[in-house]
Design a protein around this ligand. Structure first.
Ligand code: FAD
Ligand code: NAD
Length: 479
């Protein structure tokens, strides 16, 4: 039996799905006194994804890069109701969302492992909304490649970081039990990252840093045998960056001994071996068999099941593939009051935190304007004489000018490469930009990421983790 919960009162109900970049930016900027606000997410915290590649190796602590959503909600002026649950179904006609109690366990990939969370019990309820704001993000894609969902780890959610760390340290400890030169020892110490986008590049860099700066101190013989490999299907990594920067990334990887395997697409994964096809210069292909101890898969995003269910249910969404089709105000095509932001929406912009954050800020402002307009419309009805009516009408016209279209302002892109080097494509104003790479860019990378942190607490923790690592090194304990 499904209960219908009316989260109501005289104000309109805003239901926000997700506690990621889009939803949290929306919540932070929303005037929560104007609406009944309910946040639904299987995760009771915001995750600062830009530093997620630094977490498995301990450059930052897992807890450093999260912020409890209730603490963020508390800083808004009104009351926010948080429900730790997964939205399972949206009924756009009756304006309800069916939710299940759930807690995030892993990123969720493909049909073998669908959804972002594991349902702990069958408790289900429906909540009604006047406005629904969807910020459910995306899930890692596997392209249906056999074995990936079963054997690879991802780098999308915090539990992924915990899992990767355990796998890395277990592989290292197990390898040390085998004699030098044994094939099993070699396999266990082969750490492979698939996908040369920013996630794969940053994690490969962090991994090599850990091996060179920390493992080398404690287990030098093992550190010398570790091989970090990055496999990319295209001729270069960091395809979204300028040529100068991806060439520089290739140079840094060569210097730091990361084995860059380009033009190579992974086709199959077993518990010990990756099979990949390499395109050769003469147009022929070669099949590679790569034994691995730990495999991290980072080949981009796919829509979540909830998002895909709307592709089917709403006729205007039937042609959607990558995300919900939205108009220039982020309203989902084919609905009157559902908005989508971030990775679950197709806005023509890349699926980045920068875009999701700007969508959230924009929408919060639009919701303030909407509430002002609704108030003035009420005032207009109540106005007792024509003089009063004309004054309210003027204010109403002026308020309506606040309804704007979403415009994304690109500030640039940054990526860490390892060995205290980074690349940055920075945009200054409308017409000028700079592409830079190196040790100084690494300092820019650090200062930008500190600035992007969601709270003063997170900024302080990140800075303190970086200081701790530079003084004492990374923590190499498994837990
Ligand atoms: P997310 O931040 O993924 O949030 C989705 C939320 O929805 C989560 O809280 C999730 O628990 C919740 N959710 C999922 N399913 C449901 C459901 N059924 N019901 C309710 N809630 C649900 N971008 C940058 O611009 N710069 C960077 O440096 C950068 N680094 C990154 C590093 C990594 C390792 C990764 C994986 C991504 C990085 N990105 C970066 C991309 C960026 O993280 C995403 O584009 C951004 O998180 C998208 O925001 P979102 O709000 O759409 O989704
Ligand atoms: P991505 O989509 O940027 O890159 C995935 C890479 O995997 C591609 O280069 C693709 O060619 C490769 N690939 C796909 N299938 C493959 C296969 N079978 N074998 C080998 N290689 C294969 O993915 P991502 O790095 O996870 O990033 C996702 C989004 O998050 C992007 O929009 C990215 O910009 C953003 N992000 C940004 C940052 C940053 O700004 N520093 C960091 C991480 C992620």
């Amino acid at each position: 039996q499904t209960a219908l919960t009316t989260v109501g009162g005289p104000k309109k109900n805003v239901v926000i799905l997700g506690t990621g970049w889009g939803s949290t930016s929306f919540l932070k900027d929303l005037d929560t006194t104007l609406y009944n606000v309910t946040v639904v997410s299987p995760r009771n915290y915001f995750l600062f994804t830009p530093l997620l590649p630094s977490a498995p190796t301990g450059t930052v602590d897992n807890k450093t890069i999260i912020e409890p959503i209730r603490s963020i909600a508390k800083r808004t002026p009104g009351v926010v109701n948080f429900l730790e649950a997964d939205a399972k179904d949206i009924d756009v006609e009756n304006q309800t969302v069916t939710i299940h109690q759930a807690t995030t366990e892993h990123s969720g990939v493909s049909k073998e492992d669908s959804g972002s969370s594991v349902v702990k019990d069958t408790f289900e309820q429906k909540i009604n909304y006047d406005y629904l704001v969807m910020g459910v993000g995306a899930q890692p894609t596997t392209f249906g490649i056999p074995g990936v969902a079963k054997y690879a780890s991802f780098l999308k959610e915090l539990p992924d970081s915990v899992q990767v760390r355990k796998k890395l340290l277990s592989a290292i400890e197990r390898a040390s039990l085998y004699p030098v030169g044994s094939p099993e020892r070699k396999r266990l110490l082969s750490f492979v990252v698939v996908g040369g986008g920013p996630t794969g590049v940053e994690f490969a860099g962090e991994l090599q840093d850990y091996v060179d700066e920390d493992l080398h101190k404690w287990m030098p013989e093992i550190a010398d045998e570790v091989k970090v490999t990055l496999i990319e299907a295209m001729p270069n990594v960091l395809n979204a960056f300028s040529k100068k920067l991806w060439s520089y990334a290739h140079e840094v990887f060569t210097e730091t001994n990361i084995d860059l395997v380009l033009n190579t697409a992974v086709k199959n994964v077993t518990d010990t071996t990756i099979t990949a096809q390499k395109k050769l210069a003469d147009g022929k292909t070669e099949t590679l068999e790569i034994p691995y101890g730990v495999l991290v898969w980072a080949t981009g995003n796919a829509p979540r099941d909830l998002t895909k269910s709307l592709f089917q249910k709403i006729p205007e969404q039937n042609t959607a593939r990558r995300g919900l089709l939205v108009d220039k105000t982020l309203k989902v095509d084919g609905t009157d009051n559902v908005y989508a932001l971030g990775d679950c929406a197709f806005t023509g912009n890349p699926p980045t935190a920068q875009v999701a954050h700007q969508c959230g800020e924009y929408l919060a402002h639009q919701f303030k304007v909407k509430a002002d307009i609704a108030d003035l419309q009420q005032e207009l009805i109540k106005a007792s004489n024509s003089d009063e009516q004309s004054k309210v009408q003027t204010r109403l016209e002026s308020a309506k000018k606040g309804l704007k279209e979403f415009k994304y302002e690109h500030m640039g892109a940054l990526s860490y490469l390892g060995a205290e080097k980074a690349v940055a494509d920075l945009v200054w104003g409308k017409f000028s930009s700079t592409s830079t790479g190196g040790a100084f860019t690494y300092l820019i990378w650090r200062s930008v990421y500190i600035q992007m942190c969601m709270s003063a607490r997170m900024k302080a923790l990140v800075a303190s983790d970086w200081a701790k690592v530079s003084i004492f090194g990374r923590d190499t304990s498994k837990e």
